[in-house]
Design a protein around this ligand. Structure first.
Ligand SMILES: [Cu+2]
Length: 350
């Protein structure tokens, strides 16, 4: 090789090296795999919309990371657990489960936890979506009448349980102190027609000193032998006038959590097959699932298209819990019959 050719080759090599560097640089600046830790939450903090079950706040859509204020109040209140049976619930925002919180990865959340004046005990919150000691529990332990706060960045997309972690923890959870926080990925979850919030819990009861009012039974809790296993803290919360609804042809997404404190749920919708399940509320999506396991302190996102009108029964498929302990609800699907998918035949005996 003569000097001229060598110089030409060397120059070409340098140019290609520079070009490849530029290409890498370009990829870096337009990367969609930026760490959520480095995502900058824009603007002043806004008050986040939170909702009681079975409703959920509006989807995050395609917005960038933002700053939010979330306000929760812990309360100790009398409510109806089944039929005319009253129970002393402990709650976040007066509902079981507590308010649904919806953010996206990269969002910064300043969470305020107020404990009601008339509470007897301190309460706090451990959010499984939080990276940091106790999920915020120590930072938010609030005596009656007091308010605490802490700030966290949502860095892992998924559907997460939150709960009170004040001692004795099983008692606080057993009285209803749990809820869900959804962290959507950048760009948001795919659009669906209907979204609902459902949370299972197991309840252990005994008569209190007040006539007609039940309270937490620690012995039954230790034995993991609940009197009630319920969706959304009340027998019939998703039955009759409270059924969740959809129309034939629509896609339905259920955000399903399990507060426990003890039982694992075998979540199933009778007459439907889950097209998609975000297993354990995480990023792995499985398809064509009949029943999905939801651990205590865990969740799942299930999605399906409804093709045939009718009433679809939601259960924990550990069926004594459904038919004897109250863990049953319904999705009412209205619309035109779809004989290509389902047709009941009338058999006439000759
Ligand atoms: Cu508590």
């Amino acid at each position: 090789m003569n000097t001229k050719n060598f110089m030409l080759l060397a120059a070409t090599a340098v140019v290609s090296l520079l070009m490849s560097c530029n290409t890498n640089e370009g990829t870096k600046t337009t990367s969609t795999t930026q760490s959520p830790i480095d995502m900058v939450a824009e603007g002043e903090p806004e008050m986040a919309e939170v909702t009681g079950a079975p409703n959920v706040p509006a989807p995050v859509g395609n917005r960038g990371p933002k700053k939010w204020i979330v306000k929760l109040e812990t309360t100790e209140i009398e409510g109806t657990i089944a039929d005319s049976t009253k129970y002393t619930f402990w709650t976040f925002n007066n509902t079981v489960p507590g308010s649904f919180i919806r953010v996206r990865e990269g969002d910064e959340v300043e969470l305020f936890l107020k404990n009601a004046e008339n509470s007897v005990l301190p309460h706090n919150i451990d959010l499984h979506a939080v990276t940091g000691p106790g999920g915020g529990a120590a930072a938010t332990t609030s005596a009656p009448g007091k308010e605490t706060s802490f700030t966290f960045k949502a860095i892992n997309p998924g559907l997460y349980v939150y709960h009170c972690a004040a001692p004795p923890v099983p008692m606080h959870i057993g009285n209803g102190m749990y809820g869900l926080i959804l962290v959507e990925p950048a760009g948001g979850l795919p659009k669906v027609d209907r979204e609902y919030y459902i949370m299972q819990g197991d309840f252990y009861t005994k008569a209190s000193s007040k006539k007609g009012l039940m309270e937490f039974d620690n012995d039954k809790a230790v034995a993991e032998n609940p009197d009630y296993v319920l969706f959304n803290g009340k027998k019939g919360s998703l039955l009759g006038a409270n059924m969740i609804e959809a129309k034939v042809g629509e896609t339905v997404r259920l955000f399903v959590g399990n507060g426990g404190p003890n039982l694992t749920s075998s979540f199933h919708v009778i007459g439907e097959i889950f097209d998609n399940v975000y297993l354990e509320g995480g990023s792995t999506i499985s398809h064509n699932i009949q029943t999905t396991m939801i651990p205590a302190g865990g969740s799942a996102i299930v999605e399906f298209k409804v093709d045939v009108p009718g009433e679809y029964v939601l259960v924990d498929h550990s069926l004594s819990r459904a038919f004897n302990k109250g863990c049953i609800g319904k999705l009412k699907v209205t619309g035109e019959p779809n004989p290509k998918v389902f047709k009941a035949n009338t058999l006439v005996k000759e």
